[in-house]
Design a protein around this ligand. Structure first.
Ligand code: SF4
Length: 281
């Protein structure tokens, strides 16, 4: 049984950078805090906790403390509040997310009403919303477009959450263009996501079985699984090697492996090793 590991499996550049910055900060400073988890992966969260970084749900008195901003970024209000309370800020926001902030702000300055295609509750989207003066409209699915509100918009500046699925974006955009006279669209899906999405279209076609590794809390792992499963029903999502069932591999000539952007190398190696040890039947 052949095992084909996707080139883009695992950490994206933004997550890698944020984890490195977090561990370096923990090594050089005491009292380092983070609002929420660094990424949606239990192994990485535990490694960061062991390094000494504490997760908090809200800001307190910040004198002598460092606040680490995660790869997803943060709203202006949070950073301003943290500075006002005395925290020192280490900003690990992914440069590609920063670029979305910049584009959205420039569009707003030009007078466009900002529409973000993305998941309302995702921290990255909240961070983009939190850069703007006016309230942005966030749309996640074509069926959730608030048409009555959209019809009132004369000119829209549209940006996209970095990990969105391009097919979903195209469908939303098509509808918006019908109702909004002037649309300025910037495709801000990041490069690592584009490569991952390209690979996940081929992996299920080229392999009998596909294993997608990542936490149940990881949105991008879920998205990879959904795309793969729609092409090849023999697609399975696991968080660790122990979840793999031998029956999944019955008659399989090859297995494709990929992993979400927050899945560590150790999980990928563990799953690969386990698959190598299974004899096809
Ligand atoms: S998914 Fe893209 S934008 Fe998000 S952290 Fe990774 S590289 Fe940056």
């Amino acid at each position: 049984m052949k095992i084909n590991l996707a080139k883009s499996a695992g950490f994206c550049s933004g997550v890698k950078r944020a984890i490195t910055m977090a561990l370096e900060t923990a090594g050089s400073r005491k009292k380092v805090y983070m609002l929420g988890d660094i990424v949606h992966n239990e192994i990485v969260v535990e490694a960061v906790r062991r390094a000494g970084i504490k997760k908090i749900s809200r800001l307190s008195y910040g004198k002598g403390k460092t606040l680490l901003i995660r790869a997803h970024g943060s709203s202006r209000a949070v950073i301003e509040k943290a500075l006002a309370r005395g925290y020192r800020i280490i900003d690990a926001t992914c440069p590609m997310v920063k670029e979305i902030h910049k584009i959205a702000c420039e569009m707003e300055k030009k007078g466009y009403r900002i529409i973000i295609i993305g998941d309302k509750k995702h921290d990255e989207v909240r961070g983009i919303v939190g850069q703007l003066k006016e309230k942005a409209l966030v749309i996640d699915k074509p069926q959730n477009i608030p048409l009555e509100r959209v019809k009132k918009i004369r000119s829209a500046g549209i940006v996209v959450q970095s990990t969105q699925n391009m097919d979903n974006v195209k469908r939303i955009l098509e509808i918006l263009r019908k109702f909004i006279p002037e649309v300025s669209f910037c495709n801000t899906i990041c490069n690592p996501t584009r490569i991952k999405q390209e690979e996940i279209k081929n992996l299920p076609k080229e392999n009998s079985v596909v294993i997608i590794i990542g936490s149940k809390t990881s949105a991008n792992t879920k998205r990879l699984y959904e795309i793969s499963h729609s092409i090849n029903p023999r697609s399975y999502r696991v968080n660790s090697a122990g979840e793999i069932k031998k029956s999944w591999l019955k008659g399989a000539e090859s297995v494709g492996i990929t992993a979400g952007a927050s899945t560590p190398e150790s999980s990928i190696k563990e799953v690969t090793k386990k698959l190598e040890s299974i004899r096809p039947f």
